[in-house]
Design a binder for this molecule. Structure first.
Ligand code: FES
Length: 111
C-alpha cells in the first residue's frame, strides 16, 4: 500500500471498545450502510461484519460468539467473523465483512 492510498482512507466511528465485551457482538447503525456488527473476540481482536444473517432476518450481534465463529440466534447456522465464510448449515451465503481499525479505544470502519 502506498502513501496515496493511505491518505484516501476514511475512518468512520462505530463504537468504543469498552461497549463490546470480549466474546460478544454489538449492532451498530451507520448511515449509508446496512446494520453492522462489531465483534470482540476473546483474543482481543475486533472484526466488523454485516449484522443481518444471510439466511434470514436475524441480528448476528445477538448470536453466540465462539472463537472466530458466530452462531445465528435463529437457526444456529454460523459464520467466521474474520473471513465472512459460512461455516454451518443452513447458512451457505458468505457474510459481508468490513475493514476496520481500533485506535485509542475506539473502533472505526475503514472506507
Ligand atoms: S436466520 Fe440465521 S441461520 Fe436462519
Amino acid at each position: 500500500m502506498n502513501h496515496t492510498s493511505i491518505n484516501c482512507i476514511v475512518e468512520k466511528f462505530l463504537c468504543n471498545t469498552a461497549q463490546v465485551e470480549a466474546g460478544t457482538g454489538l449492532q451498530v447503525i451507520l448511515q449509508g450502510y446496512p446494520p453492522l456488527a462489531v465483534f470482540h473476540l476473546n483474543n482481543g481482536e475486533f472484526h466488523v461484519t454485516a449484522d443481518t444473517c444471510t439466511h434470514g432476518n436475524a441480528s448476528l450481534a445477538d448470536g453466540e460468539l465462539e472463537g472466530e465463529e458466530v452462531e445465528c440466534p435463529f437457526h444456529a447456522g454460523s459464520f467466521n467473523v474474520k473471513t465472512g465464510a459460512a461455516c454451518s448449515a443452513p447458512c451457505h451465503i458468505p457474510l459481508r465483512i468490513y475493514p476496520s481499525v481500533v485506535e485509542n479505544g475506539q473502533v472505526f470502519l475503514l472506507e
